[in-house]
Write a protein of this length. Structure first.
Length: 463
C-alpha cells in the first residue's frame, strides 16, 4: 500500500510535466527518479513508453531498458528514432544486449547489429556465437584484470582509471601476460592490504570459475552454493574471456522457473507475457499438449471398454472409478512436481534414483493405505447409515476400493517420481513430464489395476 501511495504522486507529477510540455523539466525529472520507478511509469503509461525513454540520459535509459519486459523492449526499439535506438543498444552492457538480441528474429538482429559501433559489434557477435543457454551468452567482457607482480598501489590506480567502464569492481581478476587466468581477489582484500604489497602475496589460489560452454543452469547452481557476486568465465585453455554477475544468473533462473511452471501445467513455454502473446501463437503453444493428452486419455476409454462386461454386471463399480483414478493421478502429480523441483534446485541427481524409488515406494504404500482406509470406512459407513445400498457383498466392494487405492496410489507415486529422472537421463527436459501427462498415464494403468482387483475378489460371485 505504501509503495502505491508513493507511486501515485510520481505518476501525477509526470503527467503534469507532460501537459506543461517543458522538455527540460521532464528530462531532469526522469533522470532524478529510481530506475525501478521509471520502469513502473512505463508499465503504467504504455502510450508514453517511447517518450519516457527518449527523454532520459542515454545511460539511465539503458539501465531502465534492461529491466523491462521483452515485449516492451521490442516496442521501444521499434518506435525509437534510429539514432536513439543505436545509442541505447551501444550503451547496454554486452550481456544485457545479447540477452535482448537473442530473443529477436535473425533478420532484425542483423539490422540492429549494424547500428553498433565496431567494438560493441565485435563483442556482441562473439557472444551470440556461443551456444544458446550457455554461460558464454551471459558473460560480459567488462571486467578489471591485473598482473600478479603489480603492487596494491598500482592496482588501485588502475581501478580508478578503468573501473568506471567495468561491470563490477567488487572482484578483481589476476591474469598473466597472455591473459591466462590465475586467481580472483575481492576488492576488500585489496583495500585492506599494504600499498606496497604484491598481488601475488595477497591471492590464495582458491577460486571458482565457469567454463564458457557450461549450461546456464550450472552457473545458477554454482552461484547458489558459493557466496559470490561474480565469477570468471574461462575457455578450455584457462584463458579469461569474461565474467558472469549474479544479477544475470538470477534473471535466467527466473525465466527458467517460469518456463518449468508452464510446462508442468501441460503447455509449452510462452516466452512472452500472457497478455502480449498473439492469439494464434497462444493456441499453438497449448494445443499440442492437449492433443497428446486427449489421445492418451483415449487409452483410458479403451481400457474401460475391455472391462465393459464386468462393469455391466457390477454397476456399482462404476461409481468409484473417478475416485480411485483421480487419487492415482494426484499422487503421481505430487511426486512429479516434488522431483522436478528437487532436480532444479540441485537437491538430487540422476545417481539418487534408487534412493528416490525406495522413498516413493514407502510413501506411496503409506499414502495408499491411508486413502484406502478412508474409502473403506466411507463405504461401510454409508451402508450402515442407509445413505446408499451397495448390495449384500458391500464388504467385498469396500475391500476392492481399499486394495485398489493402495495399488493405484503406489503406482502413481513411482511413475511420478521416476519419469522426470528417465527424461533427464535421455537428455530431455524433466518439466515435460508435466502433471497432466503423469495423471493421464496413471489413469490408464489405474483402470487396469482397479478392474483386476475387482475381478479377483468378485470372481465366482458377480463375475
Amino acid at each position: 500500500m505504501a509503495a502505491e501511495q508513493k507511486h501515485m504522486p510520481l505518476l501525477d507529477e509526470f503527467q503534469e510535466l507532460v501537459e506543461s510540455k517543458n522538455e527540460a523539466a521532464i528530462h531532469d525529472f526522469l533522470d532524478d527518479q529510481n530506475i525501478s520507478d521509471v520502469a513502473e511509469l512505463i508499465n503504467e503509461l504504455p502510450e508514453h513508453e517511447v517518450f519516457i525513454v527518449a527523454n532520459m540520459s542515454i545511460h539511465r535509459a539503458a539501465s531502465t531498458f534492461k529491466i523491462l519486459d521483452l515485449s516492451v523492449q521490442k516496442r521501444i526499439i521499434q518506435e525509437l528514432p534510429a539514432h536513439t535506438a543505436a545509442e541505447l543498444l551501444n550503451d547496454l552492457s554486452a550481456d544485457d544486449r545479447t540477452a535482448f538480441l537473442e530473443e529477436l528474429p535473425s533478420e532484425v538482429v542483423k539490422e540492429l547489429i549494424r547500428t553498433l559501433n565496431p567494438e560493441e559489434r565485435k563483442v556482441t557477435l562473439s557472444l551470440l556465437g556461443y551456444p544458446e543457454d550457455s554461460v558464454g551468452r551471459l558473460m560480459t567482457p567488462d571486467y578489471i584484470a591485473v598482473r600478479k607482480d603489480w603492487t596494491v598501489r598500482e592496482v588501485i590506480r588502475h581501478i580508478r582509471a578503468v573501473g568506471k567502464d567495468s561491470e563490477t569492481i567488487d572482484v578483481i581478476y589476476v591474469v598473466d601476460e597472455k591473459g591466462i587466468f590465475i586467481d580472483d581477489i575481492r576488492i576488500r582484500e585489496i583495500i585492506l592490504a599494504q600499498p606496497e604489497k604484491k598481488i601475488e602475496d595477497v591471492i590464495d589460489n582458491r577460486y571458482i570459475a565457469l567454463n564458457v560452454n557450461d549450461d546456464q543452469e550450472k552457473a545458477y547452481q554454482v552461484f547458489k552454493m558459493n557466496n559470490r557476486v561474480a565469477l570468471p568465465v574461462l575457455d578450455n585453455n584457462q584463458l579469461l574471456l569474461g565474467i558472469v554477475t549474479i544479477d544475470d544468473v538470477l534473471w535466467v533462473a527466473s525465466e527458467e522457473f517460469s518456463e518449468d511452471i508452464q510446462k508442468i501445467g501441460g503447455a509449452e513455454a510462452l516466452d512472452e507475457p500472457y497478455l502480449d502473446i498473439r492469439f494464434g501463437k497462444l493456441i499453438k503453444k497449448r494445443v499440442g499438449w492437449l492433443i497428446i493428452l486427449f489421445l492418451s486419455e483415449m487409452l483410458t476409454t479403451t481400457a474401460m471398454q475391455y472391462f465393459n462386461v464386468e462393469l455391466g454386471k457390477v454397476l456399482v463399480l462404476g461409481i468409484f472409478i473417478p475416485l480411485t483414478i483421480s487419487a492415482g493421478g494426484n499422487s503421481g502429480s505430487q511426486a512429479s512436481t516434488l522431483i522436478i523441483r528437487a532436480m532444479a534446485l540441485g537437491e538430487i541427481t540422476l545417481t539418487d534414483w534408487w534412493r528416490i524409488l525406495r522413498r516413493e515406494l514407502l510413501s506411496g504404500l503409506t499414502l495408499g493405505l491411508i486413502l484406502g482406509a478412508v474409502g473403506f470406512i466411507r463405504i461401510e459407513l454409508w451402508q450402515y447409515l442407509g445413505f446408499f445400498n451397495y448390495g449384500p457383498h458391500h464388504i467385498l466392494i469396500a475391500d476392492i476400493i481399499f486394495l485398489s487405492l493402495i495399488g493405484i496410489v503406489l503406482w502413481g507415486s513411482v511413475i511420478g517420481s521416476m519419469l522426470p529422472i528417465v527424461l533427464k537421463r535421455l537428455g530431455l527436459d524433466p518439466a515435460t513430464s508435466s502433471a497432466p501427462f503423469v495423471a493421464t498415464l496413471v489413469d490408464v494403468t489405474g483402470i487396469i489395476i482397479y478392474f483386476s482387483v475387482a475381478y479377483l475378489l468378485l470372481r465366482g460371485i458377480y463375475l
